[in-house]
Structure formats: C-alpha cells, structure tokens
Design a protein around this ligand. Structure first.
Ligand SMILES: Cc1ncc(COP(=O)(O)O)c(C=O)c1O
Length: 338
C-alpha cells in the first residue's frame, strides 16, 4: 500500500534527522533561547530581508493558529474564514474554544476576496454581534489553490482600510511559493500580511512551524501568551535545529519543489487521460474526479482521501504528494490507473 493521503506520512528529511542526532548531546538553553533557534530565526529573517519581524517556533499548525488568533483578538472579536478554511472545519473548534467565533463565507476556490470579507462585515453591524476583526486565509488553501500577489495586495488593502488583521496559515506555504504559477516570494509576505507561519511539519520537518509576526501592535508579550497556552517547549531546540537545517540553504524550497513536481506529474498524466479536477490546484494537493468503481480498485493498492461525491457515479479524491514522494510510486499509480 502506498499512501497519497497527506504530506506528513513520513518522518523527517535525513538532513534534519542527522542535525538532530548530531546536536543531541550538546547542552542548550531551554524555551527557544538555544543557539539553534536563534540562528534559525536569524536565517529566516535574512531570507526575508527583514529584521523587524518577530519569529516564534511552534510545534504544530493547530497550535500556531489558536495561539496567534487568540493573542491577536480581544474577547468580543471574531475571525473570518472561507467555508473550506482549516480553522473552521478541521481544528475541532480550537479557535472557538479560545472564545472567538469563526465566521464563514462561501468561496468557490477556497480563496477570500475583499468582496467576501465585505459581505461578512456588512452582516455584523453592532455590539449585539461579534465584531469581525481578523481575516484568516491559508496559502496554499485547503483545496490546493494559491494566492497571487495582486490578490493578496487587494485583500491587504481592504483589511487595512477596514482595520482588520490579515493572518495567513502557511502549513503548506512552501508548496505555494514553489508552485509554477506563484508570483510571490517569502520576502513579499511581511508587506502583505500582518502575521503568517512557515510550515515545517508538512515540508520535511519532524514537527514545527515558524510564526512570523509582522505588525508591531501584535508582537507584545507573545512569549507570555505562548507559555500560558502550553506552547513554549522546554526543549525548543528541537524546533530550532530543524528550522536551521531547512533555512541554512535552500532545503525548505527544494523539498517543496519536489512535492510539487510529483503532484504535477500526477496532474499531467491524469489530464492526458481526460480526467477532470474538482479545483484548479497548482500545488501539492490535487483533486481528480474518478468513477467510483475505479476508486475502489485503486484503493486496493493506494491510500488517499475520498474528498467529495460529485454525482452518483463519480467522486473527487485527494492526492497529496510530499517532499518524500517517490517518482516510482507516481508512475505505478498512473500505470494502475490506466
Ligand atoms: C492549512 C492547514 N492548517 C493547519 C493545519 C493543522 O496542522 P496540525 O495538524 O499540525 O495541527 C493543517 C493540517 O492539515 C492544515 O492543512
């Protein structure tokens, strides 16, 4: 059985694992003040050409989202997300459990536009309702689409004109930035969003995400907040060692490019067979629509999610490739499909 279920089926890239082994017996400061974390943060800042952002290394995506959103909002304030948004559907109400409602709006390709946000604002008029304050987006999105620079600029402008915080979940930011259709760079992001995170877990790290806080007013006391929410690891070095390895050279981008290349192969080959896709997703997640009988046969040899029923005889499946996906597995899948 070969799994195309997700991009965290494997452990860590060998270089990251080696770095953890090699640093194992060194004595380091705790709670993210070790030399590895400090150096990793320095490298990420250098990549962005920005020394004025705050970076915190956190263990996982849900943890990062709930930490950031609950720190940025006042008690009566709410987040806005696309109806497919991860915080809305797949985080067990983690944001709501911090006291903040998540307001959802239908967005066909999983991407929010100023018009979507305006619709939510227009429906929330006074103090008898929660106050929409933070716009949550992810790049790539839950359905594999990506934001281009113009779309982000428009969203950023709208958010700033309306005194909203723009927060980007980057669980799969590597894949988005390395997409053939992408026109954004990591260094563009501090200008475009108020905070975002760089996902490590789904891009070759054992665990870890790097939260980047760009807007000054959101930075204060964040470490207090982390500690109180149980997110400050005594052995924070584990995150530092990994991010240092990912950003000491191009490893982060190389791993994401590999994942994208494998998805592209699947997309191209299925496309040649006239297979339609549920959504345009130029990243490492694709959603081909297949006959149910064929899906059942493929399930004998491959693991993947059945994403949604399309009609009585067809369903969209989700195929996710990763930094570790083997080209032979992609070829075998295509051969079996044929
Ligand atoms: C876009 C996005 N955000 C956040 C998460 C949550 O990450 P974790 O499972 O590490 O909590 C995921 C996980 O699938 C995700 O896809």
């Amino acid at each position: 059985m070969y799994s195309f279920k997700n991009d965290y089926s494997e452990g860590a890239h060998p270089r990251i694992l080696n770095a953890l082994v090699e640093s194992n017996l060194e004595q380091e400061e705790g709670y993210g003040e070790d030399r590895y974390s400090l150096k990793a943060i320095e490298f990420i800042k250098e990549r962005m050409g920005r020394n004025d952002v705050d970076i915190h290394l956190v263990s996982g995506g849900t943890q990062t989202n709930l930490l950031a959103i609950s720190a940025f909002l006042r008690p009566h304030e709410a987040a806005i997300a696309a109806s497919t948004g991860h915080i809305l559907i797949h985080e067990t109400g983690a944001i709501e459990a911090t006291g903040h409602k998540v307001l959802s709006i239908e967005a066909e390709d999983g991407k929010l536009t100023p018009e979507h946000v305006k619709t939510v604002l227009d429906a929330h008029t006074d103090e008898h309702m929660v106050k929409p304050k933070l716009v949550y987006i992810s790049n790539s999105t839950e359905i594999g689409s990506i934001y281009n620079k113009t779309e982000l600029q428009q969203l950023r402008n709208f958010c700033h004109e309306n005194n909203l915080i723009l927060y980007m979940d980057g669980a799969r930011l590597g894949s988005a930035l390395c997409s053939a259709e992408n026109d954004l760079q990591l260094r563009d992001l501090p200008e475009l969003v108020d905070a975002f995170y760089i996902g490590g877990t789904k891009n070759g790290a054992l665990i870890g995400e790097a939260l980047v806080i760009c807007r000054d007013s959101l930075k204060e006391d964040f470490r207090f907040h982390m500690k109180q929410k149980g997110a400050m690891l005594a052995k924070g070095r584990i995150l530092g060692v990994q991010f240092l390895e990912l950003f000491r050279d191009n490893l982060f981008f190389e791993l994401a490019s590999h994942a994208n290349k494998m998805a592209e192969k699947l997309r191209d080959e299925l496309g040649k067979e006239n297979i339609q896709f549920l959504t345009h997703s130029p990243s490492n997640q694709i959603f081909p629509i297949l006959p149910n009988a064929l899906i059942t046969k493929l399930q004998d040899k491959y693991a993947f999610h059945i994403w949604e029923k399309v009609d009585s005889e067809h369903s969209a499946i989700r195929l996710v490739t990763s930094w570790a996906t083997k080209e032979e597995a992609v070829k075998a899948f295509i051969a079996d499909f044929k």
